[in-house]
Design a protein around this ligand. Structure first.
Ligand SMILES: C[S@@+](CC[C@H](N)C(=O)[O-])C[C@H]1O[C@@H](n2cnc3c(N)ncnc32)[C@H](O)[C@@H]1O
Length: 192
């Protein structure tokens, strides 16, 4: 049992490290190790069972979250770019996590409508100016107590200002930023 656990763990580690190397070479805007490890920690602490990620790129953050899911739980990722989606599919398969990760192609604003209820963890990392629209579309499907994480890049506060006003001002959320250099992750709890 331990040998298998260790082999599976090493397999995901190798895949994550490979993506980090590719991202450096190709300037891919992945979340990166610092924020990635923080995100994993959130999944470990909050133990979600139905994760949705908007903006998967090549699957870096998806792998970090999915590896922490309990058996029987799953992550659904949405990606608009066909080429990136194919790369993400390959990475998820090679990491051995394809049993728990489902990747859907399309504009998140259209795809979200077809998702099932019961979402208890959301990672927003698609088009910044659309964060509020993604969240409003997801709200009817969120469990009370769901965690919503939004990636905020340095110098992009303008694009996400309506989103931040909403989660920080509305009675439906408790929300705070976690800074990583100039970037940040906004972590919000949906109160229902
Ligand atoms: C910053 S990258 C995501 C990085 C990824 N979360 C990670 O850390 O590995 C943003 C991604 O969002 C995708 N995207 C942008 N607009 C989108 C939309 N409307 N629906 C789905 N994906 C979208 C882009 O194609 C891009 O791959």
């Amino acid at each position: 049992v331990y040998a298998r656990y260790w082999r599976d763990r090493m397999r995901v580690d190798r895949q994550i490290e490979g993506i980090e190397r590719d991202a450096k070479r190709e300037f891919l805007p992945i979340l990166g190790p610092e924020r990635g490890i923080f995100l994993e920690r959130l999944v470990v602490d909050r133990r979600p069972c139905r994760i949705v990620e908007v903006g998967v790129l090549v699957g870096y953050a998806a792998l970090r979250m999915a590896r922490q899911l309990a058996p029987g739980c799953s992550l659904t990722g949405i990606e608009i770019d066909e080429e990136m989606l194919q790369r993400a599919r390959r990475n998820v398969e090679e990491a051995g996590l394809d049993g728990q990760v489902r990747l859907l192609r399309g504009d998140a604003l259209e795809v979200i409508g077809g998702l099932e209820d019961g979402i208890d963890f959301v990672m927003l990392d698609g088009q910044r100016s659309q964060y509020l629209a993604y969240l409003r579309a997801l709200e009817p499907k969120l469990e009370s107590g769901a965690t919503v994480v939004a990636s905020i890049d340095e110098g992009q506060a303008g694009a996400v200002s309506r989103y931040l006003d909403y989660v920080r001002g509305a009675e439906r959320y408790r929300s705070e930023p976690y800074p990583f250099g100039g970037d940040a992750l906004e972590v919000s709890c949906f109160l229902g």
